[in-house]
Design a protein around this ligand. Structure first.
Ligand code: 5AD
Ligand code: SF4
Length: 453
């Protein structure tokens, strides 16, 4: 009996055999872009393209871009200028810009980089097969940056590369409008996928060998459907057989409630880790950022989380040099960082994003001052990370064997439930084993240990 394949697979197989065209995708920015690139890969493979890691062998090159800070945009502009050389050598090459920068800078790109063929915003990836086909036939620009109130790509399954972790997007967009942030403009309004479709995708990931699921959303815990909100979804995903670890990112502190913490506490496969973006420690700046919480409310939330889960690992995002931030207000940020003792932090200099409210504030901080504040903050946080990691010395941690250590072929590297990397000597374990490791040392941002016998 011949094996049955569905018609979509059939078409894709035939096209693969006949066309042999190759695509290359480079992803910039957040995890949502990683997921979106996997969705784009599925679309391209359904159009008869094969993935290549060699950019000079590609018939179509896509940059999935980020607009969160000016530097991210500069990187893409430079990359596109380099790719112009490839395009001159091969005029048939399809060059595409996808994602947030495509959404945000469509006109600028059309003007400054006329050799770009395809510009697609984050809600237009369904059109890829059709656009590729028409671009192959006619040598013209294709631009689609319409934002949708509904698109969640519920029925598209991403083409994931192998590994431990599978990203699953559960909601898209953001309605919070923090005054510094371009995301509500590039990604549009909040919308959520159904619980059933997320559970189905989780099951599929488990059957493909993924051990960890990370639920993704620009504002992940604003997740809302007629059948439930984020805690209900988390419970359903945690109940899927074979899911060893569940993480989620990025939540907004405002939407972390008792129900969510209760679900986290009650499910041993939901990691005891929360990314809790602080952004700033001064009430005046938080208000100006439209973050909707005060310093005290944030600290109270940290205490509440630690009451529910004393071992919970906390990470954060901080912006220094927001318009009008005084030395004293910056010191308040340092005080909160000192008081909370986050396990890790992503720290940024404020970057003005045209179109956002904060870009219009007249009291922008100069670059040298921002740099000096960033350095102070990084110094403090480095120390805090080391203190938090040293507290783990002597404890036994569950670790999944993820890869060989970069420094030695006799050692493995894996992450704890709290998301900290641990290096340990190889014994008789294999990749993907879930083992127990006794922590013996902490250096920089890394833990060291020995397998428990
Ligand atoms: N400048 C600097 N950092 C920013 N972020 C978002 N917008 C900006 C900006 N304009 C940071 C925030 C957010 C993280 C993803 O990026 O800290 O949580
Ligand atoms: Fe940006 Fe704020 Fe939305 Fe996060 S919550 S994506 S920082 S607007």
């Amino acid at each position: 009996m011949p094996e049955l394949v569905n018609s979509q697979q059939n078409i894709s197989l035939i096209q693969n055999l006949t066309s042999n065209k190759k695509y290359y995708i480079q992803t910039y920015g957040c995890q949502m872009n990683v997921y979106d690139s996997e969705l784009v890969a599925t679309q391209l493979e359904n159009s008869g393209y094969e993935k290549t890691d060699k950019i000079d062998k590609a018939d179509a090159i896509f940059l999935n871009t980020c607009a969160i800070r000016e530097k991210a945009e500069e990187t893409v502009h430079n990359r596109l200028s380099n790719l112009h050389t490839l395009k001159k050598k091969n005029p048939k090459l399809i060059l595409g810009v996808l994602g947030c920068m495509a959404q945000n800078l469509k006109n600028d790109l059309l003007e400054s980089k006329p050799y770009v063929d395809v510009i697609l915003g984050p809600d237009s990836y369904r059109r890829i097969p059709e656009l590729i086909k028409s671009r192959e036939q006619k040598n013209e620009y294709l631009v689609d940056t319409k934002l949708s109130k509904f698109e969640v790509y519920e029925d598209l399954y991403p083409s994931r590369s192998e590994g431990i972790n599978a990203w699953i997007s559960i909601m898209r967009g953001c309605d919070k409008f923090c005054t510094f942030c371009i995301v509500p403009f590039t990604r549009g309004r909040e919308r959520s996928r159904s619980i059933e479709s997320i559970v189905e995708e989780t099951k599929k990931c488990v059957s493909e060998g993924f051990l960890e699921i990370t639920l993704l959303g620009q504002n992940v815990n604003s997740y809302k459907t007629p059948n439930g909100t984020f805690p209900e979804l988390l419970k359903s995903v945690a109940s899927v057989k074979g899911v060893k670890r569940i993480r989620y990112t990025s939540p907004h502190p405002q939407d972390i409630d008792d129900d969510l913490l209760e679900v986290m506490r009650n499910h041993s496969n939901i990691c005891n880790q929360i990314h809790l973006p602080l952004q700033a420690g001064s009430n005046r700046i938080l208000k100006r950022m439209n973050r909707t919480y005060t310093k005290q409310q944030f600290l109270d939330l940290v205490n509440k989380i630690r009451k529910y889960m004393p071992e919970c690992s906390l990470s954060t995002d901080v912006i220094v040099g927001f318009p009008g931030e005084t030395d004293e207000e910056f010191s308040e940020t340092l005080e909160v960082i000192d008081e909370v003792g986050f396990n890790s932090a992503f720290m940024f200099k404020y970057s003005s994003r045209p179109g956002t409210k904060a870009a219009e504030y007249s009291d922008q901080i100069n670059e040298d001052e921002k740099q000096s504040r960033l350095e102070k903050l990084i110094k403090l946080q480095k120390n805090k990370t080391l203190i938090a990691n040293k507290k783990l010395i002597g404890t036994v941690q569950e670790v999944i064997v993820e890869k060989e250590s970069k420094k030695s072929s006799h050692q493995w590297a894996g992450r704890t439930m709290g998301n900290t990397w641990v290096i340990f000597d190889k014994t008789n374990e294999s990749l993907k084993d879930n083992i127990k490791v006794i922590i013996t040392d902490a250096q920089g941002i890394t833990l060291f240990g020995q397998r428990e016998n």
